[in-house]
Design a binder for this molecule. Structure first.
Ligand code: A2P
Length: 329
């Protein structure tokens, strides 16, 4: 199997390589791709050096699998050319997530949406993945009526330039700004462009992607996304209103038995999920599990995950693993 990785020099791309290595995804050749300015650079995968190539050259090589992590514009420009050659494309950008015939997949929830003839598979947004994984079983059992989400997102979700901005500010150095404001010792409620209602693009991703993954277009969802000067992962305060009544101990057991979820919930002993400790982990951590006393059927959760791993690379590699397990790759 030949694998191409588009965006191999980015933060998520580098993490993709690490997770592909860890998960021992087999390949006979690996084609790292990036923008023209990186072509020719060397990248080590599985102990072997590979030269960064142009996306055009990767298309000509007709790989069996192309993983995209280079933004929506690059995916829109090149994904179809890979797909036309029969390549399975797993795209980490927002380019195709809303398209009806493109499965939007969190493997633990809906890998069965992929068929052998699917060619483009969308990896959801990082904030969406870590939220839907724990709440999916709550939805199945009690029916979610409404979600109110507040995020506290790591700078790593914005990419290499944002991490550089944070560390430049810390070191008192000037440099290129990835954000419209300083991020160190600051936070801002701004994730992407604002629409006519005043919602940010990252907020609408949470709304639309959650509905699609859960197959529940009627769930009412509202979100506020906030960028904070943190590295290890995204955190989310999630308020859930369900249709059916529940017992809190049942909700807790449901979360404890959800594949890929780890419950860390003993607040009196200061135990709850934190991005510093989620870093480098593939699981989604859930804590502060409690009844919302202001609602008849309300639950509050605090959800944390490494946005570069389960929020991006791990989820994409799990999709690749699913294709291999089906013997389609
Ligand atoms: P490059 O390093 O050459 O700019 P991040 O999100 O961490 O900033 O990473 C973005 C990734 O997408 C990088 O690997 C970047 O390559 C790649 N990329 C950006 N624009 C293009 C493009 N037009 N074609 C291919 N890869 C691109």
């Amino acid at each position: 199997m030949v694998i191409a990785l588009i965006g191999a020099t980015g933060l998520v791309g580098e993490m993709m390589i690490r997770v592909l290595e860890e998960q021992q995804i087999p390949f006979t050749n690996f084609i790292p791709c990036a923008s023209e300015r990186s072509v020719g650079k060397e990248i080590t995968v599985g102990g072997k050096p590979y030269k960064v190539q142009s996306v055009e050259d990767a298309i000509k090589a007709k790989p069996q699998l192309a993983i995209f992590s280079a933004g929506a514009a690059t995916a829109r420009k090149y994904a179809a050319a890979f797909a036309e050659n029969g390549t399975y494309v797993i795209d980490n950008s927002s380019a195709f997530r809303g398209e009806e015939d493109v499965p939007l997949v969190v493997p633990e929830i809906n890998a069965d949406r992929i068929t052998q003839s699917t060619r483009i598979i969308a990896n959801p947004n990082c904030s969406t993945i870590q939220m839907v994984l724990p709440i999916s079983s709550i939805h199945q059992k009690y029916g979610i009526r409404r979600l109110v989400i507040s995020t506290y997102q790591s700078v790593t979700g914005t990419g290499v330039n944002a991490v550089r901005q944070l560390f430049n500010e810390r070191a008192g150095k000037s440099g290129e700004m990835a954000y419209p404001h300083p991020i160190d010792l600051n936070c801002f409620p701004h994730g992407g462009d604002f629409d006519e209602h005043g919602d940010a693009a990252e907020e609408m991703k949470l709304v639309n992607e959650t509905r699609k993954i859960l197959g529940a277009p009627g769930i009412k969802i509202t979100a506020t996304v906030v960028r904070i000067p943190v590295m290890g992962g995204h955190s989310e305060a999630v308020n859930i209103e369900t249709e059916k009544a529940f017992r809190m101990n049942e909700v807790r057991s449901l979360l404890e038995s959800t594949q890929g979820v780890v419950v860390q919930d003993n607040p009196k002993n200061s135990i709850y999920p934190m991005p510093k400790y989620a870093e480098g982990r593939d699981e989604v951590f859930v804590g502060r599990i409690r009844r919302d006393q202001s609602l008849e059927n309300g639950i509050n959760l605090w959800i944390v995950a490494d946005n570069l791993r389960k929020g991006a690379a791990t989820n994409a590699v799990q999709i690749a693993r699913y294709l291999i397990d089906q013997q389609w790759l």
